[in-house]
Ligand binder design. Structure first.
Ligand code: ZN
Length: 340
């Protein structure tokens, strides 16, 4: 039962139709919660969670030791433009010669509300907090435990005095409750300028919750970064929708997109909130990305697909669309990639 509740907390995406479209903006509902651009919000149903839990009972938890790389500290400490290092799951160190950014930083052992239970990482973080360069900005895509990790954000706020946490609408209060005050919360299509970089929050289809009673009380979304020479988008968790075409229309093509390729099985419960590798390639086209990095795989076991499957399925999908790993690729944990 404890395991069932953990999945209830972390990953369950069941959709129901929201009937109220009269609010402006439409994704703000009268009860103070948020919905997706389609007007369809996620609501969990314990029955569905129990069904999934029953189906996967007795299933052996498979892990795999992936190759780790040593980050390219020479380049990282020079803040080259545009440089990205995969820490694991959806955590990246993104550098654009202007600012150093951490996305959804997660450096601890479990993606869970508990230290003793819940999805445990099977690959260590690709960088240690002590090895990071000075961080200017931390972005959080949504409140799920594999994206917003209390100990990680607390340690970062203590190590970097003036780091700015840029978070979805509704999450500032959580940060202040933890004693972290340098926080800006943004609604969809809001922007903030940090030095020469414009950071915009954009809609994707997902949901939020950290407990049983705070569903969709904070927003979720993608973070788009643009400076004089480059643009980058970190999608966070998302299902496949027309949101990506709208992002392209409003913000232009991107030089680099971090697109989730894992956490997609079983489709009957995951499809609404998590794209699969095939949809990730469709997303790459919708965004008109020059290059894409696959994320949300190889770090925590959250869903049913084998842990080695996402990159293989990505390769198969790329072939079908006449693309290669030069266009859309994965990195090893700790690997640094310079986009030229
Ligand atoms: Zn999520």
């Amino acid at each position: 039962m404890r395991l069932v509740l953990l999945f209830f907390f972390i990953i369950i995406p069941i959709s129901v139709l929201s009937e109220d479209f009269a609010i402006d903006p439409k994704h703000h509902l009268p009860d103070g919660t948020f919905t997706n651009t389609s007007g369809i919000a996620n609501e969990s149903k314990l029955k569905e969670v129990l069904k999934w839990s029953w189906e996967r009972r007795g299933k052996k938890i498979e892990t795999f030791e992936f190759e780790m790389k040593v980050p390219d500290f020479k380049r990282i400490n020079n803040n080259q433009d545009l440089l990205i290092t995969w820490i694991g799951h959806e955590s990246f160190l993104y550098q654009n010669k202007d600012i150093n950014v951490l996305t959804d930083p997660h450096f601890t052992e479990r993606a869970s509300p508990f230290t003793f239970a819940g999805p445990k990482r099977y690959m260590p973080p690709g960088m240690k907090i002590d090895d990071l360069p000075k961080i200017d900005v931390v972005t959080i895509s949504h409140s799920h435990y594999d994206h917003l990790d209390y100990h990680s954000v607390k340690l970062l706020s203590e190590k970097f005095d003036d780091v700015l946490f840029i978070v979805p609408l509704g999450l500032k209060e959580w940060f202040e409750g933890k004693g972290i005050y340098n926080v800006r919360e943004l609604d969809w299509w809001d922007s903030i300028e940090v030095k020469q970089t414009i950071i915009t929050f954009a809609p994707v289809q997902h949901w939020s919750a950290r407990g049983l009673f705070d569903r969709n009380e904070s927003l979720w979304g993608a973070w788009h970064f643009k400076n004089v020479s480059h643009s980058f988008i970190h999608l966070g968790d998302t299902g496949y929708t027309k949101d990506f075409i709208e992002i392209r229309r409003k913000l232009g093509p991107v030089d680099l997109a971090a697109i989730p390729i894992g956490a997609y099985e079983p489709r009957w419960i995951m499809e609404f909130s998590h794209i699969n590798p095939e949809e990730a390639v469709m997303t790459y086209f919708d965004l008109e990305a020059t290059k894409a990095i696959g994320m949300s795989w190889g770090t925590f076991i959250l869903t049913d697909e084998p842990v080695t499957e996402p990159p293989k399925k990505l390769d198969e999908a790329l072939k079908r669309y006449d693309l290669t790993n030069k266009d859309f690729f994965v990195l090893s944990h700790g690997e640094t990639y310079l986009i030229d």
